[in-house]
Design a protein around this ligand. Structure first.
Ligand SMILES: Cc1cc2nc3c(=O)[nH]c(=O)nc-3n(C[C@H](O)[C@H](O)[C@H](O)COP(=O)(O)O)c2cc1C
Length: 173
């Protein structure tokens, strides 16, 4: 027997990223994002969906750019912190202890402790429901050299589906 479920639960596990947005000197934000995927290799494009009420969503709309930072597993706690506080109320660089460093081509900082970075320019912003989908061109992509040599322990998913974040729905609607 099969029952109705929350579809998101069956798209798990997902990768987690730290997206930085805003600008250095203007209290940039860091948001934890799992809804992020490549959508074109040539030109290099990715898409990420961010809640319309999130502070980061407003900053990305204003600046038209952001950075996708790839956190190593050791940053699990900081990922949770950035995914459970809003930049509207706190400075998440200060609160998480993560270090902002200038990006190559965008005003948003990169997270120094992350191992790879994709600097992005928004090409389309599409409302999808409770999220806005930012489709963006990757204008810079760089990573720690050792990753290119095969030591690629960078992916992590935070264990089971995080019901406390996305909720759960069982049975008929
Ligand atoms: C592991 C993890 C993944 C998340 N993925 C997303 C996501 O893909 N999209 C989204 O809108 N929020 C996601 N969130 C929730 C946001 O990170 C959270 O709402 C955050 O507080 C928003 O911060 P802001 O108001 O500074 O933008 C995630 C949270 C965690 C912990």
């Amino acid at each position: 027997m099969k029952i109705d479920v929350e579809y998101l639960e069956f798209m798990w596990p997902m990768r987690h990223f730290l997206i930085t947005c805003g600008a250095i000197g203007e209290r940039p934000d860091i948001v934890a994002v799992s809804f992020c995927m490549p959508v074109s290799k040539e030109p290099p494009m990715l898409a990420c969906a961010i809640a319309t009420g999130a502070h980061s969503c407003a900053l990305i709309e204003t600046h038209g750019e952001f950075v996708v930072n790839v956190p190593p597993e050791e940053l699990k706690k900081q990922v949770y912190y950035c995914g459970s506080h809003t930049g509207a109320q706190v400075d998440k660089f200060e609160g998480s202890g993560l270090t902002p460093v200038p990006a190559r081509s965008v005003a948003a900082p990169v997270v120094d402790e992350c191992v790879a970075h994709m600097e992005c320019l928004v090409r389309q912003a599409v409302p999808t429901g409770d999220k806005k989908l930012f489709i963006a061109e990757v204008i810079e992509a760089y990573a720690e050299e050792y990753l290119a040599r095969g030591d690629r322990k960078i992916a992590f998913a935070l264990g089971d589906f995080p019901r406390h974040i996305y909720g759960a729905r069982f049975g008929k609607k």
